[in-house]
Design a protein around this ligand. Structure first.
Ligand SMILES: CC(=O)SCCNC(=O)CCNC(=O)[C@H](O)C(C)(C)COP(=O)(O)OP(=O)(O)OC[C@H]1O[C@@H](n2cnc3c(N)ncnc32)[C@H](O)[C@@H]1OP(=O)(O)O
Ligand SMILES: O=CC(=O)O
Ligand SMILES: [Mg+2]
Length: 365
């Protein structure tokens, strides 16, 4: 909420006739936000068949779409959205940046044409609350004009140093704020980091074991283990806290080494463990990785359910498998159980896997 706005105005529509803002952002599964370029005929042709295989399909209009194809991408997205029934899959778009010559046409074309199908608009290179306020008001005006009955939500990419400095105010800038993604490629450039990659780690960012001491003297010639550190830990942790504080959702972003599925899975898992609910997928092969990583494992769900059962009314402390469980560990377990229930509702395979634990547990009991 901006300093000059009163609390009661926060949930008022910003244009006469615009839909009422949401007071809570729905927790819809969004393990993979799959990017496609609507101006690329091969990719566009694959989209209808991808419905139901991925939680979010995102028509990308910004970086990775050639300048000459910006109009074709926008028009291609309108065409795909109009002819596709998205069923349980969400449709998002990433518009061009607010300082670009394309963004105004992106918004004024997409909202009247396919605003009823668009769930979330991703806004790149957000610097502060003022960027969200601009999009917020414009969306309200366009929604009112188009007669939409539900608000389109906003997702911001955290990819500038100023954006990171303002992360809390960005998350709280509008009731439309659905979440944030880390944009490691642009953020690295903006911070003048000395990397040349799209996300992921770097072998040079490490700490080294102390030298062994021999007779009180450090042996600097000895072999010493090194441990690679996570370049993105600080930013993801800030993003997760800011999102949790405002009741919205945090996502890892792109992992550009498409061939390195192992490191991709590691990066996604770090983000999952730290509190992110999903990530981007740039290539079809990253969807399965994201779906696997951002779904709690059967073992974790089984354990979480056992803790919930053992904790009875949810207060006090109990011993389970030699470990203390109490109100706080129960709350962590309930995060897992709730997520498992949300995912089971849209993913029949997962439902079968999670249900099989219940069957096994009732056999044991
Ligand atoms: C820093 C950032 O902003 S990241 C976000 C912006 N970047 C993006 O959105 C990139 C999206 N992805 C892509 O452009 C592509 O996947 C690339 C360029 C990385 C690789 O593309 P290709 O070299 O064609 O990959 P590959 O040959 O493995 O593709 C196999 C098939 O999958 C298709 N495919 C590739 N990526 C996608 C996708 N994202 N969605 C749907 N289909 C895809 C290809 O068209 C190809 O189809 P075909 O079998 O009919 O020929
Ligand atoms: O847009 C994403 C990024 O990493 O930059
Ligand atoms: Mg970017």
């Amino acid at each position: 909420m901006s300093g000059s706005q009163s609390a009661k105005d926060f949930f008022r529509p910003l244009a006469v006739g615009a839909p009422m803002p949401l007071t809570d952002i729905p927790a819809r599964p969004s393990r993979a936000i799959h990017f496609f370029d609507p101006s690329n005929p091969k990719m566009a042709a694959k989209i209808p068949d991808m419905v139901g295989t991925v939680d979010v399909l995102l028509g990308n209009l910004e970086d990775a779409v050639k300048a000459d194809n910006k109009v074709a991408a926008r028009e291609g997205l309108v065409e795909i959205a109009k002819k596709t029934d998205f069923g349980p899959t969400q449709l998002w778009t990433r518009i061009n940046s607010l300082d670009s010559p394309w963004v105004l046409d992106d918004l004024t074309t997409l909202v009247p044409a396919i605003g009823d199908k668009l769930d979330v608009i991703m806004v790149p290179k957000v610097q502060g609350a003022e960027d969200i306020h601009y999009v917020d008001r414009l969306l309200a005006q366009l929604e009112a004009k188009a007669g939409l009955d539900r608000p389109i939500l906003i997702h911001a990419i955290l990819e500038t140093a100023r954006g990171v400095a303002n992360v809390e105010e960005i998350c709280g800038a509008s009731p439309r704020m659905q979440g944030l993604s880390l944009g490691p490629a642009d953020l690295a450039a903006d911070r003048r980091m000395k990397t040349t990659r799209v996300g992921g780690g770097h072998p040079g960012y490490l700490v080294r074991q102390d030298p062994p001491r021999e007779g009180g003297v450090a042996n600097l010639e000895a072999q010493r283990a090194t441990y690679q550190q996570d370049l993105w830990h600080y930013t993801i942790a800030r993003m997760v806290d800011a999102c949790a504080m405002h009741g919205i959702y945090a996502y890892y972003g792109p992992f550009g080494d498409i061939a390195d599925v192992v490191a991709c899975e590691d990066q996604f898992r770090n983000a999952f463990l730290l509190g992110c609910v999903g990530t981007w997928s740039l290539h079809p092969k990253q969807i399965a990785i994201a779906n696997r990583v951002f779904s709690p494992s059967v073992e974790d769900v089984a354990h979480a359910r056992r803790v919930a059962a053992a904790m009875g009314d949810g207060t006090g402390a109990v011993m389970l498998d030699g470990k203390m469980e109490d109100d706080a560990s129960l709350k962590q377990c309930l995060v897992m159980v709730e997520l498992a229930e949300q995912l089971a509702a849209i993913d029949p395979e997962l439902k079968k896997a999670y249900d099989s634990i219940e069957d096994q547990q009732s056999e044991v009991d």
